[in-house]
Design a protein around this ligand. Structure first.
Ligand code: NDP
Ligand code: GDR
Length: 370
């Protein structure tokens, strides 16, 4: 039975990847951080009582900022494959926490590679590094592929640039099977609530159900190449199953603005919007609402701009060229953007219908918005 170790197992991708690897018959180990409240909601359905025999899903406490636990866990597990997904993954927050981001997203990658090397596992353990389209940042005007030069535009992207190159360097210097998946934005019902797509689908569901008035967003002009996380974890696995270690871009090849994502999400509840104004004065209001389950009045203002969400340096356009992954890995996404938006909207409507029931029966609904 193959053993996999996943850092960032409690995150969006970690949860889908753990599910996929368990289905494929792997023994799956994950590193989770100690937090003051439980942080395993995304993987609770995979939990197995550790007292039982033949448990195939095991969690270890650890942190990418601490090489002692990384070495200990890799030594204990002796994994065939490591998926390094752990990261401070929020681009906007990386401007507030640049040093920590560098420690975890940059040096954290080195800690994994060096642990494998020091433990003499270079011939056994294959390593996947979660690289990102943010590496292209300021590169504009054409589809970004494995050969496009990088231009990072945030502390997050600069930290990930180190992670990218140290992975390439360990592959070349020590003949390790270590690869970068350069993944473009991928979303799902498990997406963190402060990333723009999930922020939008949550807000639209809540506005439709009468639990919230409007949503405040930042730059609506950004263009992103959005795919579904379920498709993208399949690519991660494929990248580690090749004869030769190589780097791959994973994307859909289609780019869409944040504004159009908002339109698509509202369309899922039968609401048509009109946008007016420019820059911080832009707003959106309802011009048509056809679904009686989501009765929103005509003319209601549902979106405003809050400049707090602007970034000191923005990435205006991301558009990936997944040709290499499609031809060499045989990878093909099952979800297009409309299917992704539908999946996220259905999940959030379901989630907030429960809140609606609680509110109707007199319970106070507490929600933290960012
Ligand atoms: P999430 O933010 O959902 O998950 C990040 C995971 O990393 C969480 O499990 C988090 O733990 C963990 N983590 C954070 N800090 C540390 C630390 N110091 N030590 C150990 N673990 C830590 O991200 P995604 O699942 O969306 O992304 C997975 C990886 O892929 C990340 O590296 C991200 O940068 C990268 N990526 C993501 C893309 C996307 O569109 N989703 C695109 C390209 C790359 P906790 O739950 O405790 O916070
Ligand atoms: P991104 O994702 O920065 O691309 O990084 P995010 O969803 O945060 O932003 C996408 C774009 O939307 C604009 N935007 C807003 N963003 C947020 N979060 N909140 C808002 O209110 C808002 N309004 C507009 C942003 O300015 C941006 O242009 C994600 C992360 O998963 C990274 O870890 C990963 O590496 C990249 O995708 C690929």
């Amino acid at each position: 039975m193959k053993k996999a170790l996943i850092t960032g197992i409690t995150g969006q991708d970690g949860a889908y990847l753990a599910e996929l690897l368990l289905e494929k018959g792997y023994e799956v180990h994950g590193i989770k951080r100690r937090t003051s409240l439980f942080n395993t909601q995304r993987i609770d359905h995979l939990y197995e009582d550790p007292h039982e025999a033949k448990v195939r899903f095991k969690l270890h406490y650890g942190d990418l900022a601490d090489s002692t636990n990384i070495i200990r866990i890799i030594q204990e597990v002796q994994p065939d494959e490591i998926y390094n997904l752990g990261a401070m993954s929020h681009v906007r927050v990386s401007f507030d926490e640049p040093e920590y981001t560098a420690q975890v997203d940059g040096i954290g990658t080195l800690r994994i590679l060096e642990a494998v090397r020091l433990l003499g596992l270079t011939h056994k353990t294959r390593i996947y590094q979660a690289s990102t389209s943010e590496l292209y940042g300021g590169v504009q005007g054409h589809a970004q592929s494995e050969t496009t030069p990088f231009y990072p535009r945030s502390p997050y992207a600069v930290a990930k640039l180190y992670g990218y190159w140290i992975t390439v360097n360990y592959r070349e210097a020590y003949n390790m099977y270590a690869c970068n998946g350069i993944l473009f934005n991928h979303e799902s019902p498990l997406r963190g609530e402060t990333f723009v797509t999930r922020k939008i689908t949550r807000a639209v569901a809540r506005i439709g159900l009468g639990l919230q008035d409007k949503v405040y967003l930042g730059n609506l002009d950004s263009l992103r190449d959005w795919g579904h996380a379920k498709d993208y974890v399949e690519a991660m696995w494929l990248i580690l199953q090749q004869e030769q270690a190589e780097d791959f871009v994973i994307a859909t090849g289609i780019t869409t603005s944040v504004r159009d994502f908002v339109r698509m999400a509202f369309a899922e509840i039968g609401v048509e919007l009109a946008f007016e104004g420019e820059g911080v004065a832009e707003r959106a209001f309802v011009v048509n609402a056809i679904n009686p389950d989501f009765p929103i009045e005509f003319g209601k203002e549902v979106l405003c701009i809050d400049p707090r969400y602007f970034r000191p340096t923005e990435v205006d356009l991301l558009l990936g060229d997944p040709t290499k992954a499609m031809t060499r890995l045989g990878w093909k996404p099952k979800y297009d953007l409309p299917a992704l938006v539908k999946d996220m909207m259905l999940a959030d409507i379901d989630l907030f219908r429960r809140d609606q029931l609680l509110a109707e029966s007199g319970h106070q609904i507490l929600n933290y918005f960012e």
